[in-house]
Design a protein around this ligand. Sequence first.
Ligand code: A2P
Length: 270
Amino acid sequence: MVADLRLNDGHLLPALGFGLYKVAPRETEAVVRAGFEAGYRLLDGAEFYQNENEVGAALRQVNRAALTVTSKFWGEESQDPEAVLRAFDASTKALGTGIDVYMIHWPRPKRNQYVDVWRVLIELQGQGRVRTIGVSNFARNHLERLIEETGVVPAINQVESHPWLPQHDLRAFHARHGIVTQAWSPLGRGRLLNDPVIGRIASRLEVTPAQVIIRWHLQLGGTLIPKSTNPRRLSENLDVDNFELSVQDMADIATLENGQRTGTHPDDRN
Ligand code: A2P
């Protein structure tokens, strides 16, 4: 079993979770059950994924207490404090259970309200309504503002990262401030699985390309939420304890960096 990481608020976070982005509502219950049965203890959800009612139905069928459940504030319509509280309540109601980790899904820097949104999350945490607060898709300058203006450092920043986009500078900033890096699209939406460098390493170690990339994330000291709707692949992605990438393997994977994104840049969503 992959180890947990200690967050800056003292709580533990499983290094590997399963993501529910783009999981259709009709598939969600089965995926959550399969993820739990495979051994995942971190579920990465969000209001934006539009499947929180189905996640809630599935949570009633598993040992909820053993899972860390994440949700995120989307805030497309409004970033006002009341809108944050409304969204938090709506997600809590849909999930039918408390939220363990609540995040700002996107900084939306052009609206310039993310510090105020962050203050609401700080308040929710202070009231004991959520255990851990974090952010997602925040660039270094956004994090610096949160820290300077509120003094509260996010526990987690969930950002796109994979061998094409390792985010070394941001990871170093996170490390200096005790922020855990959590990678979304950790397999490059699956597009990195056919890469020949990854394939060669996988053949030599007799593991799969997905397992090589997942080890790469863990050996960088990060955490990740690979997405799969397939029970076999969900198990495969968790089975990464019995091998290690060498310094040379890590160096070979480092040559793949080209800055290519599979998703939206943090500054580009209004
Ligand atoms: P599927 O859901 O059919 O398993 P990312 O996490 O980077 O967004 O990548 C998700 C994509 O990678 C999905 O298309 C998923 O397809 C695929 N995927 C996830 N795990 C594996 C795996 N172990 N082997 C092959 N494809 C995988």
